[in-house]
Design a protein around this ligand. Structure first.
Ligand code: ADP
Length: 259
């Protein structure tokens, strides 16, 4: 039986977060929450949020916190995340977002933060050759394309270069990572939640290492505290925090059979 987990995956653009998060999501039966994917879906559907977000995405700039936080708060409030947990990809990206996430989750906490460590020279190369299915987000590269004519092997969608995978936007995103997101590594290390995993090797080896770290944590005998019904959650910001009662009452996450 697989217990749930609350995971964050950190790592520079091109470190392999997307690929690894999909695998973590399947193994631990937890939703993969990628703020980048959610924002691109909004842009594609031309929602008001998407129209607002587009200029930031194209330039490789960060979307204002209020927009991202509202989107994440709504997603974390759904039943699947409350009963199973989640793997967060691309969020939090700033210390302010991490602080808001803590508030949002109270009284429960993140279990583990996995930092995929890859040298910048390697991520630059990966990003420039990266190609992505515009429908399901599957990731390919110019050296490992889909089998047929840039048509996604998984869903048949068109496989393209992301609009923000231009050299200029990539440089901007990597600079923003160093200035805004890298400080999260120290933050979570200080909380004893950070594990660094080398991400430069073969993707299957990286996956094996991630599974080993999480399995060891899960078998360490620590039960994850139960999640609370949404009405008992504290407000995201402003307003008094609603008391959720004792954390230790109730059971751990739902368990499911691993297939
Ligand atoms: P990458 O990590 O390669 O930049 P993502 O898909 O994670 O790709 O994000 C793409 C873009 O979406 C970012 O450049 C940014 O504009 C926006 N974005 C995603 N997550 C966040 C976030 N947590 N806060 C602000 N902007 C975000």
């Amino acid at each position: 039986m697989v217990p749930g987990a609350r995971l964050i995956v950190l790592g520079k653009q091109g470190a392999g977060k997307g690929t690894q998060c999909v695998r973590l999501s399947h193994r631990y039966v937890i939703p993969h929450i990628s703020t980048g994917d959610m924002l691109r879906a909004e842009v594609k559907s031309r929602t008001p949020l998407g129209l607002e977000a587009r200029r930031y995405l194209d330039a490789g700039d960060l979307i204002p916190d209020a927009i991202v936080l509202a989107m994440v708060a709504a997603r974390l409030d759904r039943d699947d995340t409350r009963t199973r947990g989640f793997v967060l990809d691309g969020f939090p990206r700033t210390v302010a977002q991490a602080d808001s996430l803590d508030e949002l989750l109270k009284p429960v906490e993140i279990d583990l933060v996995l930092d995929l460590v890859v040298p910048t020279s390697m991520v630059l190369e990966r990003l420039l050759s990266r190609r992505v299915c515009e429908d399901c987000g599957a990731i390919y590269s110019t050296s490992a394309p889909p089998k047929l004519n840039w048509t996604c092997d998984i869903c048949g969608g068109e496989v393209l270069q992301r609009e923000d995978d231009t050299e200029e936007a990539i440089r901007n995103r990597l600079e923003l990572y160093d200035s805004s997101t890298a400080p999260l590594v120290a933050r979570y290390a200080a909380l004893g939640k950070l594990v660094e995993v080398p991400g430069a090797g073969n993707p299957d080896e990286v996956t094996k290492e991630l599974f080993a770290v999480i399995d060891a944590y899960q078998h360490g005998g620590e039960f994850f505290p139960p999640t609370l019904p949404s009405k008992e959650r504290p407000a995201v910001s402003g307003g008094p925090a609603v008391s959720g009662g004792p954390v230790a009452s109730g059971g751990p996450f739902d368990t499911v059979e691993r297939t």
